[in-house]
Design a binder for this molecule. Structure first.
Ligand code: FE2
Length: 351
C-alpha cells in the first residue's frame, strides 16, 4: 500500500466492495485525533473525498450490522444525513478497529456499503453477511498496516518540518516565510477546486519549497544586496537541491517534483527545467505565486516590503508571463477578501 492515507483507504474500500453485491461504498477511519474519510463509487475513477469529519463513531459496534432504512440507528449515532452526504443509500455497516500504531494511537473505522437511489435493492443472503464479516477483518488488518505507514509518514514529516524551520531561521529576512507560503498556497488550491489530498500536497510543497536553501552558503543567502551572476547561479540550485532532499524521504517523494518546479515560469523562462504552462504541475504554479507574493510583501535587508496592493499589482502585471493567470486571479481574490476595504480595490487598481 503506497501513496497517501486517503489512497490507502480507497484501496481498502475497493477490495471490500469488490467482494459484495453493492454498487457504492464509503469508508471512515480515525486514528488519534486525525479523522480521514472518503467515499467511492465502485465504477468511478476518482473517489469523492468527503468534507470534514463525520466521526466520532460508536465505540461498540457489531461487524456486519445491517441498517434498517425505517429505523436509522447509524444516522442517529453519526448525526448526519448519510444518504444525502454519500449519494447512495447505506445498507450495511462494517466496523473495524485499529488496535494501536507505533505512536500508541488507537483508531476505529467503518465501511458503509449500499446501492444507488433507483437501483436494484440489495437482498442480503447469509453468505453475503459471512463474506462481509471476513472482508471487515481484512479491512482491519489493512488499516493497521496503513496506521503504521501513516505513523512513519508523520515521523518523517516532523523531521522535515524541523528542516523547513531551520531554513527559515537560516534566512533571517524570511522568518516564517515557508509557513506563510504554505497557508496561502493551500487556500488558493482550495479556491481552485483541488481535492483535499491535492490541497495538502500543495501545502506541503509550500512548506518545503525552499528546503534546498539549507545547502546554500549564508553569505549568499543573507547578502545585503543583489547577487552577482555566479551567486545567482548558485542560489538557483536550491530548487534542484530541494528535489533531491525530498526524494530521499519516502513519505515526501510525491512533492519532490513540486519543490523542483517552484521557480519555473508560465512562459517557459524559469528554472531548472524551463517547463512551460501546464507542463508545470498546478500545485507548483500555486506555490510560485504565493512565494512571490510573500517575498514582495516581506522586508529585506536591502529594501522594505511592498504594500499588499502593490504586490497584487505586480502579480497582475506578470499574469500570463511569469505566472499562471488562473492562479494569480485566485490569489488576488483571496488576499482581496482579507483586506479591510474589500477585495476589488487592489485588483481594479492594477488592471
Ligand atoms: Fe525558492
Amino acid at each position: 500500500m503506497s501513496g497517501s492515507p486517503q489512497d490507502g483507504l480507497v484501496k481498502i474500500l475497493r477490495s471490500v466492495c469488490g467482494g459484495l453485491p453493492v454498487s457504492d461504498g464509503a469508508i471512515w477511519w480515525s486514528v488519534g485525533d486525525r479523522p480521514l474519510a472518503c467515499a467511492a463509487a465502485l465504477d468511478d475513477q476518482d473517489p469523492k473525498h468527503l468534507r470534514g469529519t463525520l466521526l466520532p463513531l460508536p465505540v461498540r459496534s457489531r461487524c456486519g450490522e445491517r441498517i434498517d432504512p425505517d429505523r436509522p440507528p447509524l444516522r442517529l449515532r453519526l448525526r448526519v444525513d448519510l444518504a444525502g452526504e454519500l449519494g447512495f443509500q447505506p445498507r450495511l455497516a462494517l466496523f473495524f478497529g485499529v488496535s494501536g500504531d507505533p505512536l500508541e494511537r488507537s483508531g476505529q473505522g467503518v465501511i458503509l456499503v449500499g446501492d444507488r437511489p433507483g437501483g436494484t435493492r440489495i437482498r442480503w443472503r447469509a453468505a453475503d453477511l459471512r463474506q462481509a464479516a471476513t472482508l471487515a477483518m481484512l479491512a482491519n488488518s489493512a488499516a493497521e498496516t496503513l496506521a503504521v505507514r501513516d505513523a512513519a509518514r508523520q515521523t518523517s514529516m516532523q523531521a522535515v518540518l524541523a528542516l523547513a524551520q531551520a531554513v527559515d531561521a537560516k534566512d533571517h529576512y524570511t522568518h516564517m516565510h515557508s509557513r506563510s507560503v504554505a497557508n496561502m498556497a493551500a487556500a488558493v488550491a482550495t479556491r481552485l477546486g483541488l481535492s483535499p489530498a491535492e490541497v495538502e500536497n500543495t501545502r506541503m510543497a509550500g512548506l518545503l519549497h525552499d528546503v534546498g536553501k539549507i545547502g546554500i552558503p549564508d553569505a549568499i543567502l543573507n547578502k545585503p544586496g543583489p547577487l552577482d551572476p555566479a551567486e545567482t547561479l548558485q542560489m538557483r540550485q536550491h530548487s534542484a537541491m530541494g528535489d533531491r532532499i525530498t526524494k530521499t524521504i519516502d513519505a515526501l517523494r510525491y512533492i519532490a517534483p513540486l519543490v523542483r518546479a517552484h521557480h519555473e515560469r508560465w512562459d517557459g523562462l524559469g528554472y531548472p527545467d524551463r517547463l512551460k504552462g501546464e507542463a508545470i504541475p498546478l500545485p507548483a504554479r500555486i506555490v510560485t505565486v504565493a512565494d512571490a507574493f510573500d517575498a514582495m510583501t516581506s522586508d529585506r535587508v536591502y529594501r522594505p516590503g511592498r504594500s499588499i496592493a502593490k504586490a497584487a499589482e505586480e502579480l497582475l502585471r506578470e499574469r500570463g508571463s511569469q505566472f499562471d493567470p488562473a492562479v494569480v486571479d485566485a490569489l488576488v481574490a483571496y488576499i482581496g477578501e482579507r483586506l479591510p476595504n474589500g477585495g476589488a480595490a487592489s485588483a481594479e487598481q492594477a488592471s
